[in-house]
Ligand binder design. Sequence first.
Ligand code: HEM
Length: 217
Amino acid sequence: MRQPTATQIKWIKAAAFVACLVPLGLLVWRGFAGRLGANPIEYITHSTGWWTLAFLLITLTVTPLRRLTGLNWLLRLRRMLGLYAFFYACLHFTTYFWLDQFFDLAAIVKDVAKRPFVTVGFAAFVLLIPLAATSTNAMVKRIGAKRWQALHRAIYAIAILGVLHFWWLVKKDITEPAIFAVLLALLLGARLVWRARQQATSAQSAAVPRSLAPRAR
Ligand code: HEM
């Protein structure tokens, strides 16, 4: 497939940047229009939480989509998408910290320890912080590509914790967390299949020269 030019990629990135702000824009608009429902804090918590999870999954979609389509430039969007996941997580946590708990640290510590779904959400948020902090090129250089990659594998655990958090907090209808769980399973499964195939290919190519080599007498 034809790859876009550098200028086109710049425009795509700018458009994606603006598109990622649409959920926040809608939330702000709803706020000013008085359309946040009977419980605005609950509405904001749910919306920001939902988008955090959605952005985590969208970020995880980039690599399989690139492999399937050969569109390597998609990788150029990955960091921005991951940072948007962190951005919405910060808004989600701030809503909880500020509007829900009114900065009451003792109450927050108690809540994190007491309600398992909050514990899991909090763990996911804490794990996201080092990923956001090491997202720059300078940080990749500083810690080394291998260690950076190993650190950023935490995104899989974060996404799993995010789905668990959602699953745990819903009282009756589990349709939405179940959809997120299936999508995440597919994304992680695709990676496992890819890795297994890669290992099989490299084992095969390693075996060829040996079989061609003359036998020791
Ligand atoms: C990566 C981190 C996180 C993700 C992906 C996430 C995701 C979500 C999702 C999807 C929802 C439900 C949205 C809906 O109903 O449509 C939610 C709700 C909620 N989250 Fe999180 N969350 C995260 C971190 C946190 C943290 C750090 C806290 C607080 C310490 C927190 C507290 C809550 C609360 C209180 C609710 C509303 C629960 C209710 O319905 O009563 N979350 N979150």
